[in-house]
Design a protein around this ligand. Structure first.
Ligand code: SF4
Length: 314
């Protein structure tokens, strides 16, 4: 029996961003240079495949520094850490490497700049996400108030509406954030915006690519972890752009094929921490069941690359 026809619309850009690429390189270079074990505080990036492949090479993932033995090397994840973490590492005599994405570090610098001008800060982000914990931990407690949604803005109590600035998590929904910023600006006209948009290029481009394919898809599959903020946002962006079935899976094995019944055109993308091999695996799984045609839809080319710390290449 011949296989049914199916078109896959492959969103581009998708998958690994420059910050994730750099964080993985840092762990790999540290393993080469210092030998295993290399301890990593928190999942280096939110993806099990990446974590397991680094574990196989000798990386040991921990949640807190008290799980790291004295004299060991420890890497901080791409999401960034509160200032107390490197301070604690120094006190414990640990050698640490910081894999914080430079675009997250840029937000940290922005927060410090505004704080130095006596501003109170509003952070737009998701409570409990490690990036938010890390960014809020750059300033003394109480210096930043977290806002998660438009409705939070009305209830905000700030010390001085004339001395107010905002920063954002890098992996938010571009559209939701614009709504929150509009509400903040309407209530606090003097609020200062970041010098340059905090939502990073990778988040923006992956969301734009999903919007470009959404009108042509019966279903959208995002490959990404449940705790990957940018992956979860891609599902929301797809659903909001009108895709009837927008879902997220970690790998092909998680796909419920009954959901593909009646689907003729499926969009595929991957969050910034998901390797391309998982996309290829999913396309292969489709090929086993359908006569597949793949069309890539590219909204922009990405050429961003970040350098690894000098200590690893000198
Ligand atoms: S998603 Fe953006 S901020 Fe996060 S690691 Fe990638 S480039 Fe950096």
């Amino acid at each position: 029996m011949s296989k049914p026809a199916l078109t896959i619309l492959l969103a581009a850009p998708r998958g690994f961003c420059a910050g994730v690429d750099r964080a993985i390189q840092i762990v790999e270079l540290a393993l080469e240079r210092f030998g295993p074990p290399i301890y990593v505080r928190h999942e280096i990036v939110h993806n099990r495949t990446v974590v397991e492949s680094l574990e196989a090479k000798g990386a040991v993932f921990v949640e807190e520094l008290d799980e790291v033995p004295a004299d060991a090397h420890v890497v901080f994840s791409a999401h960034g850490v509160p200032k107390s973490v490197p301070a604690d590492a120094r006190q414990r005599g640990l050698a640490y490497l910081d894999a914080t994405c430079p675009l997250v570090s840029k937000v940290h610098v922005e927060a410090e700049r505004l704080h130095a001008q006596d501003m109170h800060l509003i952070m737009i982000g998701h409570a409990g996400h490690p990036e938010v914990v890390g960014t809020m931990g750059q300033l003394p407690e109480g210096a930043i108030t977290l806002v998660e949604k438009v409705e939070d803005v009305a209830a905000l109590a700030v010390p001085d509406p004339e001395k107010l600035g905002f920063i954002t998590q890098t992996t938010l929904s571009v559209d939701d954030t614009a709504g929150i910023v509009a509400a903040l600006t309407a209530r606090f006209p003097a609020i200062q915006a970041p010098h340059k948009e905090d939502i990073c290029y990778a988040t923006t481009n992956r969301q734009a690519a999903v919007k470009a394919i959404a009108p042509q898809c019966d279903a959208l599959i995002v490959i990404g972890a449940p705790n990957s903020s940018n992956s979860v946002r891609l599902v929301e962006v797809g659903a909001r752009a009108g895709v009837a079935k927008a879902l997220r899976i970690q790998h092909a094995g998680e796909l419920d094929w009954s959901l593909m019944e009646g689907v003729h055109r499926v969009g595929i993308t991957a969050g910034a921490s998901a390797p391309e091999s998982l996309v290829e695996e999913l396309i292969e799984a489709f090929r086993r069941r359908y006569a597949v045609t793949v069309e890539q839809v590219t909204v922009t080319e990405e050429r961003v690359q970040f350098k690894v710390p000098r200590a690893l290449i000198a």
